[in-house]
Design a protein around this ligand. Structure first.
Ligand code: DX5
Ligand code: ZN
Length: 225
């Protein structure tokens, strides 16, 4: 299964948004990851609708929004209207997960559910076969630049077995050249990364390519064993 890279574009140089997006797209970004936080579910304020719309207007690859917000069903349609083609919300924020997935699917977008580090994978049992992606958080949601927590990665093999090879399993939080081979070894295939791409010791395009190479080494290693 091919590795996909999802740069967290809010960490790009937003004063030159179009160029920043073009740079990571040229380097092979598969989907742009736009983090949204409401100051309630996650203690940060990020990515309002107008910024999402501007990102979508500059993008040539799909835009995915990661809604770290208390009321995803209220705001998802507006993010779709702003150009999101993938909507990811948190399992912890809804009472009726199958109903939430169905409601968002009616907008015609791809749907994903994110799990906080301590949320067990079994909460997704009612939506097996209904999701396009699952996001395994390896930091508490809210801020880029946090340290990678490996323990949540133990959910990945369980999710892979349950959901099969057709689903995208993201890891989000602290993913960089050192941790990418680890998460890929557990069975993830999409790497969401902010710091490793936009705050690296090399320009974002080069940093993205380095991240992909590191992840591909992880695949080779896991197929050796
Ligand atoms: C965490 C966000 C992430 C974050 C990743 O709250 O969902 O997408 O920006 O940042 P890094 O890659 O720096 O951990
Ligand atoms: Zn995210």
């Amino acid at each position: 299964m091919g590795i996909k890279i999802a740069p967290c574009v809010l960490d790009a140089d937003l004063t030159r948004l179009r160029e920043s997006i073009a740079e990571v797209e040229e380097a092979g970004a598969d989907v742009l990851h736009v983090d949204a936080a409401d100051g309630h579910f996650a203690a940060n304020l990020m990515a309002g609708l107008s910024l999402t719309r501007a990102i979508a207007e500059c993008a040539t690859v799909p835009v995915g929004v990661h809604l770290m917000i208390t009321d995803p069903l209220r705001y998802a349609p507006a993010y779709v209207d702003a150009g999101a083609q993938v909507v990811i919300f948190h399992a912890e924020t809804v009472d009726d997960l199958p109903d939430a997935v169905n409601q968002i699917k009616t907008s015609g977008v791809r749907v994903g559910v994110a799990l906080n580090p301590d949320t067990p994978p079994q909460v997704l049992a009612p939506v097996v076969g209904r999701l396009d992606c699952v996001v395994v958080m390896t930091v508490e949601p809210g801020f880029s630049g946090q340290g990678f927590i490996e323990k949540p990665c133990r959910k990945i093999p369980v999710l892979r077995r349950t959901f099969g090879s057709g689903i995208d399993i993201y890891v989000d939080g602290g993913v960089g050249p050192e941790t990418a081979p680890i998460v890929v070894g557990y069975g993830a295939n999409v790497l969401a990364a902010a710091s490793a791409i936009f705050r690296a010791d090399q320009p974002p395009g080069k940093a993205l390519r380095r991240l992909r190479r590191a992840a591909e080494r992880g695949i080779m290693k896991s197929s050796d064993t």
